[in-house]
Design a protein around this ligand. Sequence first.
Ligand SMILES: Cn1cnc2c(N)nc[n+](C)c21
Length: 210
Amino acid sequence: MDNSYDLLLFLKKQDLIEEHLEYWWPNNNDFEILIGAILTQNTKWVNVEKSLGNLKKLDLLSLEALSQADLPLLIEAITPSGFKNQKSVRLIKLAKNILEEFSSFENFKENVTRDWLLSQKGIGQETADAILCYSCHQEYMVIDSYTNRLLKRFGYEFDSYCDIQTWIVYGINENYDKIAKLYGYEISLNKLYARFHGKIVEFMKRNPKG
Ligand SMILES: Cn1cnc2c(N)nc[n+](C)c21
């Protein structure tokens, strides 16, 4: 495997993403994806879905509602996804900051930068890139521990998140013409990164042992 295009080919042959999940992330709505990206930190996705279900029942899945949420109610609602006190305080603060800085969620999606997200408490590189990619539909590739472990199996060791991201992005962009042929259409970079990351996660969940 010489580059990340080879890795994509290896994964693409395995039918890892369900047909209806065009961007892999269960795409109910972009705000829900933003919240899911915070809730999924250090827990299993199945727990996030439980918390999102609670938030939906409480009508808290909007920027305005979340910014005014009753803290004890929010803590209760997101209990399934762990770190409930920390994540609750951070979600309300994030919603308030988005309203203050961008006035609307639509404007946030258009104009938010990776640096602004990284300046928010509780948002690191992986969460920032997940929000940018899956919620804001911007051209960012998410790197996570699954990515790290999969590359190690192919003998690749990197020193940083940024190094891995650069390696993946470079290999994709270097072979972009082949990728359009592979997919049979000019797939957008955002959609390609969204699906590529999804394939890595699904592959590693099905092949936990090296
Ligand atoms: C959206 N999403 C984020 N992390 C996930 C995971 N580990 N497994 C499955 N899904 C769908 C996920």
